[in-house]
Design a protein around this ligand. Sequence first.
Ligand code: SF4
Length: 253
Amino acid sequence: MTAPLYANQYDLIYASKIFDFSPMPTLPDHAIVGGSGIDLTSKLDENIEHIYPDYELYDCDYAMGYTSRGCNRRCPFCIVPKKEGKFKIACDDIREFWRGQERLVFLDNSMNTNEDHFCKILAQLMGMGVSVDFSQGLDIRYLTDRQAYHLHATKTFKRIHFAWDFIQIEKAVRQGIEKLERYRLASRSMFYVLIGYNTTPEEDTYRVEVLRGLGVDPFVMPFDKFNQYQRDFARYVNHKAIFKSVKWGEYRA
Ligand code: SF4
C-alpha cells in the first residue's frame, strides 16, 4: 500500500476534490477533504481563504485566485449558485494572491458581475506588465463600456471568453459584441456555445453563424459528449479550418 503523502510532515492536510467521478487519492486519515466532488456545503475557514498561496508546493509559475465567489445567474446545469450562492466580493486587493508573477489566472465564476469591483481589480494591474486569464469566462450580459475600456488595457495570455448558452439572450450577445468591437476586443474574444441542453440543431447553427457574422469565434461545448450529432457539430465548429471553409449543411463527418 502506498504511504500517505506528507503524513508525517504536516499538522493539518486539506484536500479538495472537484469531481465526484474522479478517484479519491490516498490521503492520511486526518486529512480534511472538501470540494464539489465531496459535497456542496463545506467551506474553508476565512483565514485560510485569504492566505497568500504557497505556489512552490505546486511548482506553479503563475499566480491564481478568486476576487469573488458565487453567481447571480441560475443556469440549471451549473452547481455554482447552489455551492456558493449569489455573487459576492471575496478580495479587493490583488496582492492577496499576486506578487509580481508574469501571469495571473482569475478563478472567479462571473467576475464582471459588479462593474466597480471588476474595474477596480483591473486598474490594480495596469502598468504592472502582468498578463491575465479569466479562466471561467466573463458574462457578456454584464459587459459595460467601462469594463470594456479596462479590458482593452489589460494584457491577456488566452482569449477572453464569454458564453451564448441560451438562444433567448441573443440581443444581449449582440449588444455585448458591439462593445467588444468598439474597444477592439472582438479578435481577442471567443464564445462558448452549449449545444444539446435545451436548443435545437437549427438554433445551434443559427448561433454559430451569428457569431461568425459578427467576427467572433464560436467554440461548441456538447452537453452530451456521446451524442453523435453533438460530437459532429462540435468537431465541425471547433476545427477552424473546416468551419471557415464549409457550411454545416455541406459538412460530412
Ligand atoms: S453564469 Fe456561469 S457560473 Fe453563473 S450559473 Fe450560469 S454557468 Fe454557472
